[in-house]
Design a protein around this ligand. Structure first.
Ligand code: ADP
Length: 483
């Protein structure tokens, strides 16, 4: 959907959907086969762009999870833990290559099911997901070089639970290192975005991976809880909300289960007066409006040095006018659909709170489609450190703007949050970058860029943003016993 601003009206350029192959109904992928859920229940997955039904998805209960865990255990004991590491690596390469071959289909399915702009699904999510498999395939037979002088052994069965913001990418982040390290897997995608994980199951079946090494069970929170609480799961890897992360931590307390939790964030994006401003504006836009702000590490708190604040806000508003909000399958779209009605309600609740708190709101003028779940890019200035919209994670395209005068002041303000996932620093001064990267309490600090990911870089949080790292060698160690 084109913006009201006449300068930015483009003819629609819709990606085609005739090449994708979706079943009407999906069962559970267990032991290399499609099994009907013993629960006998399926639920609908819908397209957040037009609220139309896409497919029916199985709702696994604790019995189904038990069957999946047993199949993962059998595959671990009999096949996967005994297989030479270079053979394991070959399977992971094969999955990566098959994903690449089907990348166009995966991108379209992701865009349909998650509401993600097709450009992002095509250029970021799917290539990065393939790269994770390629990267970890290379480590499978080099574990003793990754951790010299240590004895490495896999943990066993990994239970993995992922959210809806980067569905296929999160599945790749979880499955690839687990397999490379020699574990078997039971993975649950989020209830609103199961489709690309189920497509991945098809790819895994085509790759000839031994039955039971990867099992994909779909469902809601109860399915996730059944995985976490299953006594034969050795490792729990979770990405999602801090609330559920706390429930999981309590559930596994006192057990021998290992865990990695990647939780919420309220990341600071900091602009100094010597920063290249046009690039910084792109970094701000990318930091918060990318993927509708459905990014754990979204740069949702902007800190601008006081003497350039007016200029930055003026430039940012100008840039926001050119953002195209609308059909995710349109190649012109910058900001797609909010993933679900529930999430849109949460975002709107926070926008209301921001207005009630007395903050000044600006939303880019755009034609929001009548159907579907959409939220215009939104900024709030005149906010305080204690404002609810500054303190709490919104998980939508909503940015708060604060000013600062000194380095110490901005470090203190940026760190004044229960979270600590990421931060961005924009300045021309290398020494200032190093000063801030050591003092900001965040797992990732980007300098003069934002939201850049690479399979070789570890990612994870401080404080209530969780613990453990994913990506790189650190991500590998999370699936190994090192002695
Ligand atoms: P978000 O707010 O991003 O949806 P959630 O933490 O609610 O985050 O969901 C992330 C994933 O955790 C989803 O796959 C969801 O089904 C699952 N989940 C929700 N509740 C639980 C729970 N109590 N135990 C385990 N997994 C859960």
């Amino acid at each position: 959907m084109a913006s009201k601003n006449k300068n930015w009206e483009y003819a629609p350029s819709l990606e085609t959907t005739d090449h994708i192959n979706l079943k009407k109904k999906y069962d559970l992928f267990i032991n290399g086969k499609w099994l009907k859920p013993t629960s006998k229940k399926h639920f609908n997955t819908i397209n957040p762009n037009d609220e139309k039904h896409i497919a029916e998805i199985a709702h696994a209960n604790h019995k189904d999870v038990d069957i999946a865990v047993k199949s993962a255990r059998k595959a671990y004991d009999n096949v996967w833990s005994k297989m030479p590491a270079n053979e394991r690596g070959k399977y992971i390469y094969r999955i990566a290559r098959l994903m690449q071959e089907r990348s166009k289909e995966l991108a379209v399915v992701e865009s349909l099911d998650a509401g993600k702009p097709i450009r992002e699904a095509r250029d970021i999510d799917i290539p990065l997901a393939c790269n994770h498999f390629f990267y970890y395939a290379g480590w499978a037979d080099k574990l003793e070089y990754a951790f010299p002088n240590r004895k490495v052994s896999p943990l066993g069965v990994a239970g993995q639970i992922i959210p809806w913001n980067f569905p296929l990418l999160m599945a790749a982040w979880k499955i690839a290192p687990a397999l490379a390290a020699g574990n078997t897997v039971v993975l649950k995608p989020a209830e609103t975005t199961s489709l690309t994980a189920l497509k991945l199951a098809e790819i895994i079946a085509d790759s000839g991976l031994p039955d039971g090494v990867v099992n994909i069970v779909t469902g809601f929170g109860d399915t996730g809880a059944a995985i976490v609480n299953h006594p034969d799961v050795n490792k729990v890897a979770f990405t999602g909300s801090t609330g559920v992360g706390k429930i999981i931590q309590k559930a596994i307390a006192g057990t021998a289960k290992k865990a990695t939790l990647e939780l919420g964030g309220k990341s600071a994006n900091i602009i100094f007066d010597d920063a290249p401003l046009d690039q910084a504006i792109e970094g701000i836009v990318n930091g918060i409006f990318f993927n509708q702000g459905h990014v754990c590490c979204a740069g949702s708190r902007l800190f601008v040095q006081e003497n350039i604040a007016d200029r930055v806000v003026r430039k940012l508003k100008h840039r926001m006018k050119s953002l195209v909000v609308g059909n995710p399958l349109d190649k012109n779209t910058d900001v797609g659909a909010i993933n679900s009605k529930e999430q849109l309600n949460i975002i709107n609740k926070y926008i209301k709170i921001g207005i009630e708190e007395g903050a000044e709101i600006y939303q880019s003028e755009c034609n929001i489609p009548k159907k579907g779940f959409f939220c215009p890019p939104t900024i709030f200035s005149n906010v305080a450190q204690s404002s609810v919209i500054v303190q709490e994670e919104i998980f939508g395209p909503v940015l708060t703007i604060q000013t600062f005068r000194t380095v110490d002041e901005v470090i203190q303000k940026a760190n004044n949050t229960p979270y600590g996932l990421a931060a961005g620093v924009w300045t021309d001064k290398g020494s200032r970058i190093f000063n801030l990267t050591t003092k900001l309490k965040a797992g990732v600090v980007w300098a003069n860029t934002y939201n850049k990911f690479d399979p070789s870089s570890p990612f994870g949080g401080y404080k209530e943003s969780g613990f453990g790292r994913e990506g790189g060698m650190h991500g590998l160690s999370a699936y190994l016993k090192l002695s």
